[in-house]
Write a protein that binds this ligand. Sequence first.
Ligand code: ZN
Ligand code: ZN
Length: 425
Amino acid sequence: MGKDPKFRSLKGMPDILPEDSACMRWMEERSREIFRLFGFSEIRTPLLEDTRVFTRSIGQDTDIVEKEMYSFTDRGGKSVSLRPEGTASVIRAYIENLASGGTELVKLFYSGPMFRGERPQKGRLRQFHQIGVEIIGGKNPFIDAELIMCLDALLKNLGAGDFKIFINSIGCSGDRKAYTAKLKDYLSPLKEELCENCRRRVQSNVLRVLDCKRPRCRNTVKGAPAITDNLCKDCLDGYSTLKNILYASGIPFDEKPDLVRGLDYYTGTIFEVMHPGLGAQDAVAAGGRYDDLTADMGGPDTGATGFALGVERLMLIMDRSAVDLPSADAVVIPVDEALRADAFRLMVKFRRRGIACEMDHTGRSLKAQMRKANKEGRRFVALLGEDEARKGKVLIKDMSESAQRELAADEAIEFIKEALSVKDG
Ligand SMILES: [Zn+2]
Ligand SMILES: [Zn+2]
């Protein structure tokens, strides 16, 4: 580890080192189990898109589009951006490849890096990872219920502990139009009490004022009319059906009438998952309906909903004890240097039979090699001494019981495989 390396990774874009990457891979694998259970297929969209894919969907007057996107002009003079989130790309891909009239339910999941030029802090990076799903093709509240149940199962399977799901409905575009006018009327005389950004947003995007984290803004919006009191009958019915399904399915949730989301495209039911380990600012996962987005982006007029989970945030709070670091099961140690080639052949034999196996090539002493094998939690050490080599045998030490046996190579392989229950490769 150089103290002053010539090159460093960019701020907020750390390398993911083996301990964390093992954890991430474990999360992905556990996620796939749940997605299979819930009938999702995987989509992998490009990291780079036409900038308009994001400006059109996420909204011009959002922090992401205003100041966080990595946008640049490519060699052809086109403005392109690194994806700051997953939904816009998935909808673009859906319209381009999968929509076929928008009458079928399309259930997709994704997993990968996203990019936002935020001020880096704990759990907030510039390159971060999300695992997310989208269900496109319907507005039935049973779909929202499936989605929230999938998120609940996912978080449990990932060892997230005592998380809490908060839900709210922000209504259809008609409700939002009426509500936006009401909120404007309420906030306009109170403008002076708001932060500079919010003062502007009262005109341009008043819903975002509800989302401002500044204490003075939070205080000012306290008495504002609630969106939940301003829903049309369809939205109210859908919302209460959803709540009933969740009750009946035993999925715990809380209603949070002041919950709004930072992106423009949301409609109807939205939700956030909070965890005491992250504090009040950061959700570990969030999502909701965006029924107008597909049509807005030139696709069929069909409902859609989804969620995304912050991988790095979850890594801060999850119980990592279930995550196995990949490590070799056995280490082959030649007792002296003259036996190195024999030991090497033995290692090759082990690997061919499916036993993960290693050998030290750095010139450590026998004692140091044993110490290292112990420290790294290797289950077996295969010691090859002159005696054993002459007899065509090897000394197998089972570190879990500190017993040792002298076995022929083939016997040793069977013995280790049985102990590890390795299948024949
Ligand atoms: Zn409505
Ligand atoms: Zn504000």
